[in-house]
Design a binder for this molecule. Sequence first.
Ligand code: AMP
Length: 405
Amino acid sequence: MKILVVNSGSSSVKYQFIDMDGEKVLCKGLAERIGISGSRLIHKLDTKKLVLDREMKDHEQALKLILETLTDKEWGVIKDLSEISAVGHRVVHGAERFASSVLIDEEVLKALEENSHLAPLHNPPNIMGILATQKILPNTPGVAVFDTAFHQSMPEKAFIYAIPYRFYQEHRIRRYGFHGTSHRYVSKRAAEILNRDYSNFKVITCHLGNGASISAIMNGRSVDTSMGFTPLEGLVMGTRCGDIDPAIVVYMQESLNMNLKEVYNVLNKESGVLGISQLSSDMRDIEEAAESGNKAAKMALEIYIYRIAKYIGAYTAAMNGVDAIVFTAGIGENSPIVRERVCDYLGYLSVKIDKEKNNSRSKEAIISTPDSKVAVLVVSTNEELVIARDTKEIIEKGLKELNLF
Ligand code: AMP
């Protein structure tokens, strides 16, 4: 079974084409600057890279070009589009309706549209990707895999905000959490690596990329996570502030005469590591500057790490213990400094890091010492693979029900 995984953003479509026999990525790529000048497709096949400068007015044109490339004699990997068994779509917000991945039908699409107000920047382009794919591949089933779904297992005490309850009842304002596909994958993978039973395992997963979130996962279920109603809450991120006193938002408007859009921009795009350092949102730049003595960069790094350590403490309490801590995504996978300094806070948990192992750059590693009370791991996240696996499972289940498999 060959599955196309599609991740549609507002002006981009990322894709991977995966052969599920052996879970091998046959090719992957990115259509970018859709609807703006200079749109292009970057397609990767083995070690070769194709860059096509082509006008792509919308997602439909982008997907047409992607599918043309998949069947291209030189750059393609299939002869005919019928070889695509199904398409797995990343969808950011599934709200309370979707606690797992689903086969896309009219009713699901309607529900996605109804949820769009909860993720106005993300869900509409996700839906555009689905509609475009359906138009070009009308007979190929599609599956939606949600960033929020894994966190639907959180108990009320973790997802209800302490604001009047009617805001939840009437407007569904609550913690949803994001990066669920990544937290699910790396937590399960950690249990496999450690040879532990996932259904009897307490793990804290730190997804530290440009966006960052941390989750408490107990016995295979997310019980708490740092992102909330939107991806702005929680950890310090590249350009997002994470947790702040909400009264700051009011103060900025009332006393600093900023309008809503300006405040939103400051908190989402000008804050976090970039805001504190006034230098960069990229952790590589921050580490380099801190190393050479830049005070603001040092402070940004310290605040970034301190926030992660605080959450690990909170989530250890939430689960009454922790068996493993996992680092993943761009910073989690690539920054020995961040990992080591977070773990420096965890002496009370008897966490011990093997510095040599922490410094190696393998994609998966146990970086704690054998006598560390809590295992610490680096696991490379793979959201596309989870989307492909879910898609395969749902399609096969459907075929079985129809007695076609
Ligand atoms: P992601 O959103 O998962 O692609 O992660 C992006 C973040 O990973 C950026 O802040 C990068 O600076 C960071 N990153 C990538 N490679 C490294 C590295 N070698 N050391 C530190 N940070 C890195």
